[in-house]
Design a protein. Structure first.
Length: 315
């Protein structure tokens, strides 16, 4: 079993229930991962994913090895048949097979480069590990998805569930750097598995991949989208059509306390890290309605559920 996308979740409600059970007794399966090793390979920085996934593995009694390819690993080649006379020192074929001998599960973080859309959509790094690793692979955020985050988001929303069918809004917000669409994509896919009134709001031209958003409602008027919302999930992403570009940095899209008054006393969510007073105003992030710290805590139980399922599956 691999965990690469939200599509790997066979029943979201069941997984959320199981994760909440783990949260109540996180050390219950401390023996399950004995003598098993999780290898965590980072091609990009991380705080939450690195520590929560490591914590999850430790809760299961696993050993953990972490490697940063940004400054420690050999530069890898992913092209089949490449003549390796340039910068890359090692081919993914050897690297993935070698790491598979040391680890029982390989977790990989490799963001979108935001230069070549086709290359990013092909998930070159993740696909390379999936092809050549001989052990299960977990996606710790690829080019197009962040399924561990989406699972943690679903757990957090269940903990704050409303008595009525909730209105959930995914709102774009400005950011000084061009960011990938991965978090937003996985949140959309996860929301499509939920019984909710789901709305995506962003400036015109900032549409996510239509193959992911499918029939999800898009509302270009952020204020209108916020009306009566129970959850506001904010995230920046760069332009998908004018790929990887920042074509809008309108500060009117920043989530403020005034905008939150339009909602049904909504909970504020963000995957973190977040740029204060650019993406969201201090007053919202520091309010009682902000559940971003709980979201980050639930990353551990999302990861622990995924690792537990893989271990129970025979690895
Ligand atoms: N939300 C998230 O993935 O955080 P990190 O990038 O710090 O891991």
């Amino acid at each position: 079993m691999n965990y690469i996308s939200v599509q790997n979740i066979d029943s979201l409600s069941e997984w959320v229930k199981q994760a909440l059970k783990i949260k109540k007794k996180p050390l219950k399966n401390k023996k399950l991962g004995k003598n098993k090793t999780l290898g965590m390979l980072f091609f990009n920085p991380s705080l939450r994913t690195r520590l929560s996934t490591q914590k999850a593995a430790l809760n299961l009694g696993m050993n953990v090895m972490v490697m940063n390819f940004t400054n420690e690993g050999w530069t890898l080649e992913f092209e089949d048949g490449a003549i390796m006379d340039q910068g890359a020192s090692e081919h993914i074929k050897e690297a993935a097979e070698v790491v598979s001998q040391y680890c029982d599960i390989i977790a990989v973080r490799a963001f979108a480069g935001l230069v070549d859309k086709d290359k990013d959509n092909a998930e070159t790094v993740l696909a390379g590990f999936l092809k050549f690793a001989t052990v299960p692979v977990v996606n710790m955020e690829g080019c197009t998805g962040h399924p561990l985050q989406a699972l943690a988001d679903a757990i957090t929303m269940q903990e704050h569930k409303t008595e009525h069918r909730p209105k959930v809004v995914l709102s774009w917000a400005p950011h000084p750097k061009a960011l990938p669409q991965a978090v937003a994509n996985s949140f959309v896919s996860m929301m499509q598995l939920q019984d909710a009134d789901f709305v995506i709001t962003h400036p015109e031209g900032y549409e996510l991949n239509p193959e992911i958003t499918k029939n999800s409602v898009i509302e270009y008027d952020q204020n209108k989208a916020f009306e009566n919302a129970d959850f506001i999930y904010t995230k920046n992403w760069s332009n998908y059509t004018d790929y990887g570009k920042i074509t809008n940095s309108d500060p009117n899209w920043t989530v403020t306390a005034e905008k939150m008054t339009l909602t049904n006393n909504a909970k504020f969510m963000h995957c973190l890290p977040v740029r204060r007073n650019v993406v969201v105003a201090d007053e919202v992030l520091d309010s009682e309605n902000s559940i971003v710290i709980e979201q980050a805590n639930n990353r551990t139980y999302a990861a622990q559920l995924v690792l537990q399922k893989i271990l129970e599956n025979g690895h």
